[in-house]
Design a protein around this ligand. Sequence first.
Ligand code: SF4
Length: 421
Amino acid sequence: MPKYDLREKLTILADAAKYDASCASSGAKGARDNRPGLGSTEGMGICHSYAPDGRCISLLKILLTNYCIFDCQYCVNRISSDTQRARFTVDEVVTLTLEFYKRNYIEGLFLSSGIIQNSDYTMEQLAEVARKLRQEHSYRGYIHLKTIPGASEELIERAGRHADRLSVNIELPTEPDIKKLAPEKKLTDIEDSMSEIKTRKDAEQSDRRQGFQVPTFAPAGQSTQMIVGATDTPDRSILDTSNRLYTRHRLKRVYFSAFSPIPHADARLPGQAPPLIREHRLYQADWLMRFYGFKAEEITTAEEPNLSLDLDPKTAWALRHRGLFPVDINKASREMLLRVPGLGVRNVKRVLQIRRFKSLRLSDLKKLRVPLKRAKPFIITSDRNPAADWIDSVDLAKRFEPKLKQLTLFDAASGAATGEL
Ligand code: SF4
C-alpha cells in the first residue's frame, strides 16, 4: 500500500465512507453527551444527519481502511476494484476524532471498515478506537461503530460497551441477492451479529430493571443499511426483510440507500441508479410500519409488489380500501385515523385531544395544518365536507397524481426525518 500522509488518507477514506447511509443518528438521543452544538458544514468526511427532533448532528464519517478481502460487486472497495487504497492506524483515528471534536467540527464519529484479514481482526481494531477514545481520552461524544458480520461475541461486547450505536449492514434484501452479488457474505453471519447485539441489550436492560448497576451497551441501539435497486428485488420483499429485522432483532432503523453505479461494475448490476423517489417511498413505507400500525404485507400487493412512485404509500393503500372511508374524524378510532392520508401521528394525537371538548370542523383541521387536499376525500367532519362524496368517483386517484416536479434532496430528507404522512 503506498504511503500517504494523514490528510491524504482522510481524503481517500472519507470519500470511501460516503456510500454508507446507515450513520444517520435519528432516534438516538445523545446518550453519553447532552451538550448542545451544531456541526460545521465544512470539511471532508463530515456528514450531517437529522434526528426526529430536528437536531442536526455532525459526524466524522470515515473508514478505518478501504482495503477489503471481499468482492461484493456493488461496492467500490471490493478487492477487484482498482480504487486508491489507504489505511488509518487506530491512533490516527483517535487523534483525528479528538482534534475535530475539540474544534467543534463534529459531535461524533462514524467508523466503518473494509475487512482486513478476517472479521475478528477488523472488529478488534474498530473496538479499540472506541475503547481508547472513552478510556484513555475520556471522550464523551457520540460513536457509531460498524459491526463486522461474523465477529466474535466478545468483540461485539467490547464494541457495544464503548459505542453509542452499532450497525451491521445487511446490504441486500434477500439471501439470493446476497449469494449473487456478495458471495463471501452469509445472511446467517449478518443476522447472528444482529441477534448478539439484541441479546446483549436485553441482558443489560433486564439487569437494570433488577436494580444492578451495569455498564451501558450500545445505548442508541442498532441499525442497518439496505441497498435498493442493485437487483430487481421488489419493494414488497425489501419491506418484508425490514419488518423481519425490526421485529426479530429490534433494530432502531433500517436505512435505504439507492444503488449508485460504480466504475468497472459487474454486468449483472444496473447501469443507472434507481429514481431517488423510490428510496423516499421506502422511507415512507418504513414509517407506516413503525408508527402507523401498518403491516408490511398491507403496504404493497402481490399483484403490485413495488410502491407507487406517484402516490405516497398511505394514499395508495386508502385508494385500494375505499370501502373503509370516509371516516368520521370525531368518532373514528386512533388506529383508523392513522390510516387517513395526510393525518400524521402528531395531528392524530391533537385530534383525539381536541374532540374531547368539541366537534372538529374542516376549519379546525386547517388550523392544525392538516393537508386538506389529501385528507378531505377520506373524512367526515361536523360541518359539510363535499369532498367526502368523491370517495366513489372513478377518477379520485387522478386528484392525487403529482404535478411534474423534481424531487429535491430536502423533500426526501424531511419526509424521512418527520415521517408525517
Ligand atoms: S465487505 Fe463491505 S467493504 Fe468489503 S467489499 Fe463487501 S461491502 Fe465492500
